[in-house]
Design a protein around this ligand. Structure first.
Ligand code: ADP
Ligand code: MG
Length: 380
């Protein structure tokens, strides 16, 4: 049974009738890492792994919702300020509250949902969940009057205010704006965005999840951010978005070696995103892949947010002749994203599994992804 049928069956069982189906996707970020808080570019796309929900207004003042994957039920009133106990339900509660806070309308509804976005693997299942409900409630109760950016912000505010995650806007943006066969360059300073064609014929996009997460004591993200801010201040620019390597090199003697490396990565990464956009327009996937390897190298050696396991996966990719490979996400664990020629795919996956298992005692998880549409209504 596919996910649609499973949801539909459960909905009928629980609520006796049929509702409308909505879906929203997880996301990848091809390139542009640690650039968002430096006013730079990110380059995400929505994928074919989704959260799907069947929803129906119920005419009462309550939200009643069942999670198939967690096999759990929650209900809450629309005038309640107290979030439900279950953490999964807080995402839905938060979306309702955030719509209401903005003057939008939410009435009582019944919902059943399920998904195939892996949880906590860096594909942003939480943004998919928020975006699915934000899109659906906009459609069902607001005549789609809330614009797409606001839908993304509703998801982001949900994370901030109800889930304790102080995230940026990229995940929700990608989940809401995603378009089949397109990646999006989002300018994190102006919030302008542009679609670029992504037709990697002859290649697959595959995530290799190390399933490790190193918890570090000394808050590495805050330290990276502080380095970037210090260098920007020294160079007299608002963020490193406005800095060049010439400016950085001219100030080299005034900043620490560590701050220099951090800023160098950010400045080079901005250019790499722009290069990848040009390469995609030209259909030049070799250059796309080369920039991905450079990003990995920079994240590992200059920004120092890699770890042994991710460097090992990157080395295997290179040895197998994979076109492009890099850490995806914040670092210190999680996934690599890989652009792999079809004919090399089986060999690469077999090597990655066997060699990783031999060294670390478990196999990485493999997720093939296809760039797909983001939030949408789904026909039955
Ligand atoms: P991710 O990197 O995947 O976004 P998060 O920890 O931010 O990881 O979000 C995962 C949380 O989102 C889960 O713990 C759960 O509360 C909720 N969630 C995601 N997908 C589902 C699902 N299919 N069913 C129920 N809850 C989900
Ligand atoms: Mg998340």
């Amino acid at each position: 049974m596919d996910i649609k049928e499973t949801i539909n069956k459960k909905f009928k069982e629980r609520f006796g009738e049929e509702g409308t189906l909505f879906a929203s996707a997880g996301r990848i970020n091809l390139i542009g890492e640690h650039t968002d808080y430096n006013g730079g570019f990110v380059f995400p796309g929505a994928i074919d792994k989704v959260i799907m929900a069947e929803i129906r207004p119920n005419g009462i003042d309550k939200v009643r919702v069942f999670s198939i994957d967690i096999n759990d039920y929650a209900e809450f009133g629309l005038n309640e300020e107290n979030a439900p106990e279950q953490s999964w339900a807080r995402y839905i509660f938060g979306v309702c509250r955030e719509i209401i806070k903005r003057g939008g309308s939410v009435k009582g509804f019944d919902a059943v949902f399920a998904g195939n976005v892996p949880l906590g693997a860096g594909l942003s299942s939480s943004a998919a969940l928020e975006s699915c409900f934000a899109f659906a409630l906009n459609d069902l109760f607001n005549g789609n009057a809330i614009d797409k950016f606001e839908l993304a912000r509703i998801g982001q505010s949900t994370e901030h205010n109800y889930c304790g995650v102080n995230c940026g806007i990229m995940d929700q943006f990608a989940s809401v704006f995603g378009k089949k066969d397109h990646l999006m360059r989002l300018d994190c300073r102006s919030m302008e965005y542009e679609y670029f064609p992504f037709h990697p014929e002859g290649h697959k996009l595959v995530l290799v999840d190390s399933v490790v997460k190193h918890e570090l004591a000394d808050s590495p993200y805050n330290k990276r951010r502080a380095s970037c801010e210090r260098v920007a201040k020294r160079l007299g620019v608002e963020t490193l978005r406005d800095a060049t390597m010439e400016m950085l090199n001219a100030a080299k003697s005034d900043i620490t070696a560590e701050d220099y490396l951090r800023a160098k990565f950010v400045i080079e990464e901005k250019q790499r995103v722009l290069d990848v956009c040009d390469a995609l327009v030209a259909g030049d996937y070799e250059t796309v892949g080369a920039r991905m390897y450079e990003t990995h190298h920079g994240l590992s050696k200059d920004y120092e947010v890699s770890c042994e396991e991710l460097d090992f996966l990157n080395d295997i990719a290179r040895e197998c002749g994979v076109t492009g490979s890099r850490i995806m996400g914040g670092g210190f664990g999680g996934c690599t994203i890989n652009l792999v020629k079809d004919e090399l795919y089986d060999h690469f996956i077999a090597e990655a599994k066997a060699r990783f298992n031999e060294r670390y005692g478990h196999e990485p998880k493999i997720y093939d992804v296809i760039i797909s549409d983001g939030a949408r209504r789904v026909e039955k």
